[in-house]
Design a protein around this ligand. Structure first.
Ligand SMILES: Nc1nc2c(c(=O)[nH]1)N[C@H]1C(S)=C(S)[C@@H](COP(=O)(O)O)O[C@H]1N2
Ligand SMILES: [Mo]
Length: 337
């Protein structure tokens, strides 16, 4: 598959630069009018004076890293056609019942412990089968495209689910920018694994957390490169400062706190498949007809605005079949679980 971005990305950075700031700025500028207005309303000091003056420190006038460090920092978002009618999960629940094993294996651990994660400075390394390996600054990445507010169902393989408004843009947009070689067939996402920031990093796992997608899955518009939820920057426990969200797959496919994106020609290893190969496959599409060896996947416990979790039937591809089923035509989804 040839997926080079044909749109203008601004001048090529000098070979001495590793970060494509100029290219990201070019894009940030086109949307900057609306964003400045939004940010002014949100209490930001909007200034263009420094535009271009700093390198690798984000988009001046859009992002001040010291502000972004604060929890609850609002993100400028645009409405999205991607939404569902299901009642949303209140933010309090979505941010206090988490899986982020690097901060402990109980659902309440991440909210309690993830404050030790430092999300600035933060870079994402992009390499493997790409035309040009790069290291991208997180603030440039955030400003690269307008951030859509997308409400997705979120189904964990453990059979609980939520409905969460995420803020981000299609992963495909960034992959086009990365310009993978025609030989690239998969993309791997690696999370941060740093004992100094994750003192409870549990033993027995193959850190760093690794996940992956086939490149055509990653290019599906539903796959979201995610920087926020509920209109604000991601809380650390939800995978700050950047994660992936693939709503038709079980939640473990969506790696949190990503520091490295690698394009490969072979299926990358994935943490949960390493952990339990008979229980967690590479594809991990939500499928009510393929049970986990230890429990049924036919229903899920929906955690939403109701006082208590309630059972709802699980939908094939989590209800996103019209958008993703064609990716798997002719595939046996029972053996490719
Ligand atoms: N790095 C990392 N990413 C991760 C996990 C993890 O333990 N570590 N857990 C996964 C699982 S099992 C789920 S269900 C979702 C949970 O996301 P949430 O806490 O934002 O709901 O994150 C996924 N991404
Ligand atoms: Mo999960």
């Amino acid at each position: 598959m040839r997926i080079r971005d044909t749109r203008k990305l601004g001048p090529e950075p000098r070979s001495s630069e590793i970060t494509p700031e100029s290219a990201f700025r070019e894009h940030a500028r086109s949307g900057s009018q609306t964003r400045r207005r939004f940010l002014a309303g949100a209490g930001y000091i909007a200034t263009t004076a420094a535009l271009g003056a700093t390198v690798g420190r984000g988009i001046p006038g859009l992002w001040a890293p010291k502000d972004v460090l604060a929890a609850e920092t609002p993100l400028p978002t645009v409405p999205s056609k991607y939404t569902v009618a299901d009642p949303q999960t209140p933010k309090q629940k979505a941010t206090h019942f988490n899986n982020f094993y690097e901060f402990g294996t109980d659902k309440s651990d991440p909210a309690q412990n993830a404050h030790t994660l430092r999300t600035r400075p933060w870079t994402v390394q992009v390499d493997g089968l790409v035309k040009k390996p790069r290291t991208v600054n997180i603030d440039d990445l955030i400003a690269y495209r307008p951030l859509e507010n997308r409400v997705y169902r979120h189904r964990c393989v453990e059979a609980w689910s939520m409905v969460i408004p995420w803020d981000g843009y299609s992963l495909s947009e960034f992959i086009r920018f990365c310009d993978p070689l025609p030989s690239a067939k998969f993309v791997q996402f690696l999370s941060l694994a740093d004992r100094t920031q994750m003192p409870d990093l549990p033993g027995g796992y193959n850190w760093p957390y690794s996940e992956g997608l086939r490149l055509d899955e990653a290019m599906n518009p539903l796959a979201l490169l995610t920087f926020g939820c509920y209109g604000s920057v991601l809380p650390n426990q939800n995978g700050a400062p950047v994660r992936v969200v693939t709503p038709w797959k079980y939640g473990f496919k969506s790696a949190k706190s990503i520091v490295h994106i690698r394009f490969t020609d072979k299926q990358p290893h994935t943490t949960w498949n390493d952990q339990g190969p008979g229980e967690y496959g590479f594809y991990s599409n939500v499928n009510p007809e393929v049970d986990h060896p230890r429990w049924s996947q036919a229903h899920e416990r929906r955690i939403d605005s109701a006082a208590l979790p309630h059972s709802v039937p699980t939908q094939m591809f989590n209800g996103y079949g019209d958008q993703v089923a064609s990716l798997y035509s002719g595939m046996d989804l029972k053996s490719n679980y």
